[in-house]
Design a protein around this ligand. Sequence first.
Ligand SMILES: NC(=O)C1=CN([C@@H]2O[C@H](COP(=O)(O)OP(=O)(O)OC[C@H]3O[C@@H](n4cnc5c(N)ncnc54)[C@H](OP(=O)(O)O)[C@@H]3O)[C@@H](O)[C@H]2O)C=CC1
Ligand SMILES: O=C(O)[C@@H]1CCC=N1
Length: 267
Amino acid sequence: MIGGGRIGEALVSGLLHSGFATKDLVVVEKFPARSEELTAEYSIRVTDSIADAAEGADVLVIAVKPGDVDVVLADLGKADLDSEREKLLMSLVAGVPTSRYENRLPAGSPVVRVMPNTPMLVGEGASVIAAGRHVKPDDLALARQVLESVGTVTVVPESQIDAVTAVSGSGPAYFFLVAEAMIDAGVALGLTRATTTELVVQTMTGSAAMLARSGENAADLRAAVTSPGGTTAAAIRELERGGVRTAFYEALSAARDRSAALGSSAD
Ligand SMILES: NC(=O)C1=CN([C@@H]2O[C@H](COP(=O)(O)OP(=O)(O)OC[C@H]3O[C@@H](n4cnc5c(N)ncnc54)[C@H](OP(=O)(O)O)[C@@H]3O)[C@@H](O)[C@H]2O)C=CC1
Ligand SMILES: O=C(O)[C@@H]1CCC=N1
């Protein structure tokens, strides 16, 4: 795991909870205080040397910020790795296309682009994967195996990854924002923060479970809560007046465009 930040930690933690052994994971992290935190929390080996971690690895996971990818690729290039042992590279980095890695790695290197999300920390991640040019079925199966240990896996063509990033990569933040706003509103209505938080969390969990299991679509489930002339209708009128649908459309479009822009300096 190259990059021990939030998403790197989410995958490491999820993998360990799903039964991966601590000896099978090595994290490369440049920031010493962060290294100490990860070692203390997970009892795994953390090093600041990409060469050291990559030498014996079957899979290299890149979890650094988009602007740090070139430094990582340069370090991998200098590492003089065992060329007999083919490594699968999985990039969790938003925006950066598989071609950017393929152009800098040894010819034929398999690269899988992944758009994960942070709920993988609790085994409920939604990961989406797209195969690079040299990925064989076994490589894709290995990527799927790693990610299925921390949630669901969906395969798409790489042309769809920017849109996927807007939906599920950034998606947890939209739900956390809604939770935050509902909790603040409940407190403003006179409920305690503890009670409001408990109610909001259970309402989100229950609604997600209904959407996942009932076989009904979101519009029908929403209509079933909305009694004519009732409380929900009063609330939804205000949400619609606030432009909630347009706001989500514009928000996801902005995230999709930002993902594309992050990768546009790539090739
Ligand atoms: N957070 C999320 O929900 C999601 C993030 N992603 C992607 O995951 C990637 C990481 O994001 P996130 O975890 O949030 O970011 P963070 O900033 O939390 O983590 C990145 C980590 O990588 C470290 N790092 C930077 N350069 C190197 C290097 N050369 N070698 C080793 N480690 C290095 C950073 O250290 P330092 O701070 O010292 O620079 C930092 O600890 C991004 O590319 C993002 O697009 C994808 C989907 C969801
Ligand atoms: O905000 C970001 O750029 C990253 C990618 C998806 C979620 N977090």
